[in-house]
Design a binder for this molecule. Structure first.
Ligand code: CA
Length: 237
């Protein structure tokens, strides 16, 4: 069994909060309720949730302002935020998304819709809650079964290449230096030359075949996994 995703409900109306909490509990989530911004902040400081359901209209600091604040904070910026709003018009939805909300739910909403939207943001932001499958383009990696496939065809990888690919896929489109990869994939307690990274990247590319070109060498900086179709120029590695 996987961990039950934690959901922080920030909602000042007890009846609505209770209804949401009951439904979340029945569907395998761990809800926590905060009735105002100060309580919500205390909850966040104590435990980082997997997703935040944030009411727009709160007494004191508004949900919009909280979303902006949490997005600007390094500790909370990656936590998905779903805005709960009675406001349906486009300008408000845009304001919510601009403030950093991942999605919004317009009140009144059905339980089914709420659960679907929560699952969708969890899939997008934390793939480990969605069966452990990470997909970038046609490349798929499943942490639960330890399987990798490209265009539906299985790819055989050694354990280090698997870990390396998992890390690169989870942090796609970003450039990682060799030192960072050693730290994140091998662990900082081992002494390995940075050249080792090159050796494993080479093996990984070979094993990936057609998808090997998704791992780019960024000259002088490191490596990046990209979903963009790479332009075939002279290869640096
Ligand atoms: Ca409210």
């Amino acid at each position: 069994m996987r961990n039950m995703p934690r959901v922080l409900i920030v909602e000042d109306e007890p009846a609505i909060a209770e209804l949401i909490a009951v439904n979340l509990r029945h569907n395998g989530f761990q809800p926590t309720w905060a009735m105002d911004s100060a309580t919500a902040q205390r909850e966040l400081d104590a435990v980082l949730p997997d997703v935040i359901l944030l009411d727009w209209m709160l007494p004191g600091e508004s949900g919009l302002s909280l979303a902006r604040k949490w997005r600007a904070d390094a500790r909370t910026k990656a936590v998905p935020i779903l805005m709960l709003t009675a406001r349906g018009d486009e300008a408000d939805r845009v304001a919510g998304l601009d403030a950093g909300a991942d999605d919004y739910i317009t009140k009144p909403f059905s339980t089914k819709e709420m659960l679907a939207r929560i699952r969708a943001v969890l899939r997008r932001r934390t793939p480990e809650h969605a069966g452990g499958v990470v997909a970038i383009g046609e490349l798929q990696l499943d942490t639960a079964t330890h399987r990798v496939a490209f265009q539906g065809q299985p790819v055989k990888l050694g354990p280090t290449e698997f870990k390396l690919l998992h890390y690169l896929m989870k942090h796609a489109e970003r450039v990682h230096s060799r030192a960072q990869l050693l730290d994140k994939v091998w662990g900082d307690h081992v002494f390995i030359e940075e050249r080792t990274v090159d050796v494993h990247v080479k093996r990984l590319r070979e094993a990936l075949g057609g998808a090997g070109a998704m791992i780019e060498t960024v000259r002088g900086a490191g490596y990046r996994l990209t979903a963009q179709t790479p332009i075939q120029t002279c290869s640096g590695a």
